[in-house]
Design a protein around this ligand. Structure first.
Ligand code: GDP
Length: 294
């Protein structure tokens, strides 16, 4: 987010010398904010809505003695950034009874299998008994990869090789989890190179079979605003409960983090920040907003 915070600096500078925010002196900063967000690869309709909300809020702010106009503008932008990203942290859905069942969906290469392992470790550290279920039967070595990750973090992996259909593997995995009183089951589903009907049909079927508490779409932050469209497409097709945004440690410009909730109506629940199993964090809109503002 360095680029984004640096370009926003300019916006504050230009109102610093004036006594208050006015329709006139706010034009320049709004332009800078608009440009900064577009450069960060935030989708255009999102940028437009954002800028008009900031304008409205900034001009609506009462004159508070002692608060410099640039500080006021920073505060307005912070609040709007936070609300753009969903306002509050979105937690995993808690089941009324039985194990949490988390379906991990996503395209190949986004970091889905890695995220399944990371989430398993995250829940295990909370004291939960976790089972991983390997149903990604199409990508060569995906099952082995999950088994290796599982042994690294000491979480069992249920698998039936790659000759059994994913929904059936998921069904048997869940059965085992219930019988052996696991607290959480994480199902790594099959990914493909692009969205197609077979992928969606199979995902729908797996979802129907395991009736998950959460369906999380794994998206690569490097895809920028495209990530938001992907979340929307999956949400329209299979009704997801949130996203995991991976590769936030890379040089993504922030467009994905800022567009997803607004475009899809679904929150980012976690972010991946590296290749290690520990590199997963819950997503906090307020922390992200602070980070962007530097
Ligand atoms: P899948 O095809 O979606 O299951 O993708 P994988 O889980 O195999 O991940 C693809 C590549 O991305 C692997 O090399 C992972 O190590 C890497 N990867 C996954 N998540 C992250 C992340 O948060 N940061 C970084 N830098 N790399 C990641």
């Amino acid at each position: 987010f360095d680029g984004l915070s640096r370009s926003l600096e300019k916006a504050w500078d230009s109102v610093r010398k004036d006594g208050k925010l006015t329709a006139d002196n706010i034009k320049g900063p709004l332009r800078d904010i608009r440009r900064a967000l577009l450069e960060a690869d935030v989708s255009l309709p999102v940028v437009r809505r954002f800028v008009s909300k900031v304008e409205e809020a900034a001009l609506g702010e009462r004159v508070v003695k002692g608060v410099a106009p640039d500080q006021k503008l920073v505060k307005v932008v912070y609040e709007e950034l936070k609300s753009l990203m969903g306002g509050q942290q979105a937690e995993l859905v808690q089941p009324k009874y039985g194990p949490s069942v988390i379906l991990m969906a996503g395209l190949q290469g986004t970091g889905k299998t890695t995220a399944a392992g990371k989430l398993a470790l995250f829940l295990k550290k909370k004291g939960l008994k976790v089972l991983l279920v390997a149903t990604d039967v199409y990508r060569p070595a995906a099952i082995d990869q999950l088994v290796t990750l599982g042994s690294k973090i000491d979480v069992p992996v249920f698998e039936l090789g790659n000759k059994v259909a994913p929904p059936e593997i998921a069904r048997q995995g869940l059965e085992k989890a219930k019988k052996e009183e696991f607290d959480a089951v994480i199902v790594d589903t099959a990914g493909r190179l692009q969205i197609d009907e077979r992928l969606m049909d199979e995902l729908r079927e797996t979802k129907r079979v395991v009736n998950p508490t959460d369906t999380l779409l794994v998206v690569d932050a490097m895809t920028g605003q495209e990530a938001a469209a992907l979340v929307k497409a999956f949400n329209d097709a299979v009704d997801i409960t949130g996203a995991v945004l991976t590769k936030m440690d890379g040089d993504s410009r922030g467009g994905a983090a800022l567009s997803i909730n607004e475009v899809s109506g679904r929150p980012i629940k976690f972010v991946g920040t590296g290749e290690k199993m520990e590199a997963l964090e819950p997503f906090f809109p307020e922390r992200m907003a602070s980070r962007i503002l530097g």
